[in-house]
Write a new protein. Sequence first.
Length: 141
Amino acid sequence: MLVRLMYASRAVPAVDQDRLLAILRQSKAHNPTLGITGVLCFSEGIFLQVLEGGRSAVNRLYNRIVADPCHTDVELLCYEEIGERRFAGWSMGQVSMARLNPALLLKYSERPVLDPYAVSGAVSMALFDELIATASIVGQP
Ligand SMILES: Cc1cc2nc3c(=O)[nH]c(=O)nc-3n(C[C@H](O)[C@H](O)[C@H](O)COP(=O)(O)O)c2cc1C
């Protein structure tokens, strides 16, 4: 049984580019064994992550991530049972903010910034769908 989970969180001030790369490294090391795929977006101190995989594996990983001191205010935005994955190609893809067109952010929000706390889970998921369609996700499977 597959599920998809999406959450947002605020990075603690100590999170810099090196820490972000370490998180992506950990994800790429662990997730394939767990059968988990997904995407991580980091912009202006806000994380937005989608995890897909077996229900138990996703729930266990989410609980571990929530306890990570690198972030606070972890807010569950979406949890659904799914028939198929959307991010099967990425053990943990990274949204390239450099490739992100501000017009895409404006399409879904009041200002051209990533603020998942201000929009519905459905809107954040729609944004992720467009990121895939516009090849804004980088990182090997
Ligand atoms: C925003 C965020 C996303 C994370 N995503 C993942 C992930 O997808 N997979 C993973 O194994 N760890 C992820 N982590 C790291 C875990 O919270 C945890 O630190 C790590 O799995 C522990 O790895 P270790 O046992 O090798 O030290 C994430 C952490 C943060 C802050």
